[in-house]
Design a protein around this ligand. Structure first.
Ligand code: CTP
Length: 414
């Protein structure tokens, strides 16, 4: 592969020398494109010696070859490490102020950023907005590692180890033209996390969903070579590197994002915990305690059933995802078992597969291990699908295997 290694101006720039070596030892051709400020940490001579290619920071060197056009077009992968706050901001804004940012604008292949900066800079809303913008355009932005930073401070912001960047960057490049993976060439949309329904500017109704299962499904789909769009409500776990992120807050926002994505999605997996109700009114200002001591009354209204709507829209439009997968978390009670509730939900929602979880007080929410059964309308009556137990990553692989099996088998027409 032809890799462009962009190097930003941070103290961690020296670690990119090891990253460069990993790429070249694995047989890749690497063109290093440092920013001007990064050459204060590692000089051009070092990059030229290690890569075996001439190195420049400016579009005005080697003008005859129109370097940035050639570099951007020819690169099978662009890896920026370390990506400083400044570099992420320039990339997000689409600035073309040096050879590296010009190359990023000309990129045709996957673009990968490994950030490194102080924790405050990483957590700053400006940086987070830039990261979100880059991810929404399909770039992969790794989560920085946590630990001791340059000064006395510690927290998230360290450049991940070169070996981790190496593995994650190659994984990000894999879907392009990859024959590997059972879902190569397919687009998978996964919803994850818990929606938050605002009451007033500072309060919301939420739920305990951590987003772990949805994130694990997204990761497993990426590993199978799929293009993955993650529609994320509130999540407590990082977004898997390589997924295109659509951030939402409420059930209604999630609904819009799902219906918009459905037209260009082969597989829709509804792992999000969608609030069934939202406050009927959103107070413009913070709800205050009343002088007369009266308790406030919150009226709730039903949210749409997004999964059932997605199934219905597919039938109405005659197009949409080939496979729609729902999740159900059930406890069972004196009148019906978990399986009976699952079967009824499958029928009510009309989806193609339903991943049934048994939940209890300590089961499932926020936990790493779980047990599921996958129900299908094609199951023979009276049969009980086998229960599969494991970590959420193992369950996700099991779900993706089943999805790939269903796609391989001739599907009933919807
Ligand atoms: N779901 C949805 N829209 C909603 C509620 C749920 O799309 N308003 C989806 C979830 O993402 C999940 C599936 O429906 O894939 C089942 O969610 P669950 O909360 O178990 O179903 P409910 O319809 O809310 O059923 P219950 O009456 O048991 O709460």
């Amino acid at each position: 592969m032809r890799i462009v290694l962009g190097v930003g101006g941070g103290i961690a720039a020296y670690k990119s020398a090891s990253l460069l070596r990993l790429f070249t030892e694995a047989g890749h051709t690497v063109q290093v494109v440092p920013t001007e400020s990064s050459t204060r940490f590692v000089g051009i001579a070092t990059w030229e010696a290690l890569s075996g290619h001439p190195v420049s920071t400016s579009v005005f060197d080697a003008v005859d070859t129109v370097n940035h056009v050639r570099l951007g077009h020819e690169a099978d992968l662009i890896v920026v490490a370390p990506a400083t706050a400044d570099l992420l901001a320039r990339a997000a804004a689409g600035l073309a102020s040096d050879l590296l940012t010009n190359t990023l604008l000309m990129a045709r292949g996957p673009v990968f950023f490994a950030p490194a900066m102080h924790t405050e800079m990483w957590n700053h809303p400006a940086t987070q907005a830039n990261v979100a913008a880059l991810r929404s355009r399909g770039a992969v932005v790794m989560e920085p590692a946590s630990g001791r930073l340059t000064g006395k401070d510690s927290g998230p912001g360290r450049l991940p180890e070169p070996s981790e960047i190496f593995a994650a960057a190659l994984a990000a490049a894999a879907p392009v033209g990859a024959a590997a993976g059972r879902l190569a060439g397919k687009t998978v949309t996964v919803t994850a996390g818990g929606t938050r329904e605002p009451l007033d500017p500072v309060r919301f109704l939420g739920n305990r969903s951590s987003g772990k299962q949805g994130a694990a499904v997204a990761e497993a789909a990426l590993a199978e070579g799929a293009r993955v769009r993650l529609i994320a409500a509130h999540m407590e776990v990082p977004v898997p590197a390589g997924a295109e992120l659509v951030q939402v807050e409420t059930a209604l926002e999630l609904r819009d994002a799902v219906h918009q994505a459905a037209a260009e999605t082969d597989i829709l997996v509804m792992a999000a915990a969608v609030a069934d109700f939202r406050p009927g009114e959103l107070a413009e200002n913070k709800i205050k305690k009343r002088d007369d001591g009266a308790d406030p009354v919150i009226t709730l209204v039903r949210n749409p059933d997004i999964l059932a709507e997605a199934v219905q829209r597919r039938a109405e439009l005659g197009s949409g995802p080939a496979l729609i997968v729902g999740f159900a978390a059930e406890t069972g009670d004196g009148t019906s078992s978990v399986l009976e509730y699952g079967r009824r939900k499958l029928e009510r929602k009309g989806c193609d597969l339903l991943v049934l979880n048994q939940v209890g007080r300590s089961l499932v929410f926020g936990q790493d291990t779980t047990e599921v059964r996958i129900l299908s309308p094609q199951d023979a009556p009276g049969t009980e699908p086998i229960a599969v137990a494991g970590t959420k990553a193992e369950i996700a692989r099991h779900i993706l295997d089943r999805i790939a099996d269903e796609l391989d088998a001739p599907l009933p027409s919807h």
